[in-house]
Ligand binder design. Sequence first.
Ligand code: S3P
Length: 179
Amino acid sequence: MCILLIGFMGAGKTTVMKLLHEQDLFFNIPCYDLDEEIEKKWNDTIENLILQKGVCEFREIESELLRILCSKECLISCGGGVVESEKNRPLLEQHTCVYLKAPKELLYQRIVHSNQMRPIVYDPIRQEYRMNDFFELFEKRNELYEKFADIIINTDTTDEDSVIREIVEFCKSKNPMVF
Ligand code: S3P
C-alpha cells in the first residue's frame, strides 16, 4: 500500500513529503517526489518536458513513473495533474490518497511567488500566470481530488507540524501494522 499526496499546484505536497521523510515518520518507507523522479529519469526539467513534448506526452511519462513507483510500498508527492489521466485512476483508488487542500486564491499567490515554473497555466507572452484558467482548473480538479481522497487536510495554515501529525495519525489508524 502506498500513500499518495495529491492536490493542486502550490498545496505543499513536496514540502510535506520532505518533512515526513526528514523526520522518518514512516519508518524508512521510501519517499519520492513524482516530478523530481521524472526530471531525473529524463534529465530535463518539467517545464522543458511539457513545452517540448506537450501535455499529453508528459501525462504518459507521469503515468508510467507513477505505476512503477506504486509497485512497492512508498510515499509519493504527486504532481497536481495526476488526477487527469484515466490510466492513473485505478492506482488512486487502490492506494491511500491524502488531499492537501488550500483556497485557490492562496494557491495562486504561492505559485506566483514560487521559483518553480508551471507552464500549464503560464502565459509566456504576458509573462504571467493566467489567474482565470488557474481558478477554473482548480474547480475542475478539486472535484477529482475530493473523489479520490481518503482524507482532506488543509494546508492554508503555516503550521506544517500539525499537517504532518494529522497525516501520520490518519495512516496509523488505517494501517497500525506499519507503525
Ligand atoms: C502540474 C503540476 C506540477 C507539475 C506540472 C504539471 C499540473 O506539479 O507536475 O507542472 O498539471 O497541475 P506540482 O503540483 O507539484 O506543482
